[in-house]
Design a protein around this ligand. Structure first.
Ligand code: PDD
Length: 278
């Protein structure tokens, strides 16, 4: 497969960045993950808008217009044989002598795009739901920025692996935040809920999308703070992300969610999701 790096398409094995790239030295960069189904990008405009927001939040110059980004993504995707892909975009502040604050001289952002075949959750995971474990959210207070500084998320994902779970469900001071790389949803008495769109979570592109699916299906939705007790006593809990789509949580810390089977709200939303991405 070909990747895009700073103006050229090149085989992945030949793509090189200088070791002084601030992405490598400081994790000083931003990323996006955009799904493509049947060779059509899914919600690309929203993903690019979030990329632009993240870049702005950390004062990295956006190196391309929306049209240019679309064209570059198109080139990388076109060179890959899979019809369903997960496209990764990364922009770092660029290459400069090591020093924490922004370089004084002008630097050119490093732009990298790669793609991989989309790997969706297994039919079994969709059918039965997945196990999750809870943990305290120990990340920084700007989780709304899609930063490549992901050590907190990496450690959280590893915690899930070590506890035979598909994902963590994180809480900050007793309030639900999100997973290591997904948003978390809770259903009680037929009402769908998710934590507020603030600095403590990354607002997934699926956040707005699932909200739209709820509206279309007449499922009441509320964005509000959700306590640990509410999560543990929920009728349904689900995850969402570009790669998980929407996925039911069957158990949390070994205890079943509801009756331990994916519930009616999940099934309705999953069906609507699959229909919408056709
Ligand atoms: N992760 N929260 C976090 C911390 C995430 O990393 C992600 C996505 C989400 C869901 O966002 P979206 O619906 O736009 O995928 C929420 C991507 C997939 C990743 O890091 O690979």
């Amino acid at each position: 497969p070909l990747v895009y790096l700073n103006g050229t398409l090149t085989p992945l094995s030949e793509a090189r960045i200088p070791v002084l790239d601030r992405g490598f030295i400081f994790g000083d960069g931003i990323y996006e993950v955009v799904p493509m189904y049947a060779r059509k990008l899914f919600r690309a405009k929203q993903h690019l808008a979030r990329l632009f927001r993240s870049l702005k939040a950390v004062s990295i110059t956006n190196p391309h217009s929306e049209e240019e980004w679309m064209a570059l993504i198109g080139k990388v995707a076109h060179a890959h044989p899979s019809d369903d892909q997960l496209i990764y975009l990364q922009v770092t502040r660029g290459v400069a002598k090591r020093g924490h604050a922004f370089p004084k001289e002008a630097v050119t952002p490093t732009v990298f795009i790669m793609t991989n075949p989309m790997t969706l959750p297994s039919a079994q995971a969709v059918e039965n739901g997945v196990a999750c474990v809870t943990m305290e959210d120990k990340r920084w207070l700007h989780c709304d920025i899609k930063s490549i500084s992901l050590l907190g998320n990496v450690l959280a994902a590893q915690y899930a692996v070590e506890h035979d779970a598909a994902e963590v469900i994180q809480f900050r001071d007793g309030w639900l935040s999100e997973g290591s790389s997904s948003n978390v949803w809770v259903v009680k008495d037929g009402k769908m809920m998710a934590p507020p769109r603030d600095e403590l979570i990354l607002e997934g592109i699926r956040y707005g999308f699932i909200e739209e699916l709820c509206a279309a299906r007449g499922i009441p939705f509320e964005s509000r703070r959700i306590s640990r007790e509410e999560v543990m006593q929920a009728d349904e809990v689900m995850l969402s992300s570009a790669s998980k789509e929407v996925l039911a949580v069957a158990s949390i810390d070994g205890r079943p969610v509801g009756d331990g089977r994916p519930g009616p709200v999940f099934r309705a939303l999953h069906a609507a999701y699959v229909e919408a991405r056709k």
